[in-house]
Design a protein around this ligand. Structure first.
Ligand SMILES: [Zn+2]
Length: 238
């Protein structure tokens, strides 16, 4: 088990979250053999210290012509005519910048976007939810791998790290099923072997709304302060 600290988004990340996260996970009963607190053979385990890995992956994608510079703002993409929405409610990118060349961008700010092959079906066998199928261009479109502010996007950082850290199985929430389809395209473009995937159904509140940060009353920390034990939580959550 590997604990990786995904701290690339400096607008959301705060240093004091790390000891709190480690304490909460330890309390709940998680034990990992590699992580930012204990080190390991594929250190560092803070993404903010792994920029060289992400730059190397970006360079490989660029050399293979898998990505293109996109100068669209969020507003441009939202207002693109009849832009359909992907299942995760992201607007499907209309392909405006597909023909862009880096040399023509001059001094404009741009992100790097992955050119998703048209009309392909991505299949994968999920360890929990079974066979999964996504259509490119319909379920998701060209996605950002490197943000305009110089930060690698989640998809790229995740794939680069999972490969470099020799991750064999990824367990995560079902809200990331489409991300897995995107990431499989990245694995292929980078010539890497993907891990196995196991997506868990999301926990919902009484009204059927998925839990998020606004449900602070249900954070591990709050539940613990109220006297809940890891055993009682595991029993309740089954
Ligand atoms: Zn664009």
């Amino acid at each position: 088990m590997v604990l990786r600290n995904e701290d690339l988004d400096s607008t959301r990340f705060k240093m004091e979250f790390v000891p709190a996260m480690i304490e909460d996970l330890n309390w709940f009963g998680f034990e990992w053999q590699e992580g930012p607190d204990c080190g390991g053979p594929f250190a560092p385990y803070n993404q903010s210290e792994r920029m060289d890995f992400y730059r190397a992956a970006l360079e490989k994608l660029r050399a293979g012509n898998f990505i293109y510079p996109c100068t669209c703002s969020r507003k441009d993409i939202r207002s693109a005519a009849r832009a359909p929405h992907a299942e995760d409610d992201e607007v499907i990118y209309p392909g405006t910048c597909r023909q862009n060349r880096e040399s023509e961008i001059a001094n404009r700010k741009f992100s790097w976007r992955f050119r998703v092959p048209d009309g392909e079906t991505i299949f994968f066998a999920d360890g929990n939810l079974g066979g999964q199928k996504f259509r490119t261009g319909k379920d998701f479109g060209d996605f950002v791998v490197w943000r305009g502010d110089g930060v690698p996007a989640y998809q790229l950082a995740c794939v680069a790290d999972d490969a470099a850290m020799r991750i064999t199985e990824v367990v995560r929430g079902a809200d990331l099923l489409i991300s897995t389809a995107r990431q499989l395209l990245l694995y292929r473009a980078l010539g890497l072997t993907p891990p196995k995937f196991f997506h868990c159904e999301l926990m919902k509140d009484e009204a059927g709304v998925r839990l998020a940060k606004r449900h602070d009353a249900l954070s591990l920390r709050t539940l613990r302060a109220r006297g809940q034990t890891p055993e009682s939580l595991r029993r309740d959550w089954l």
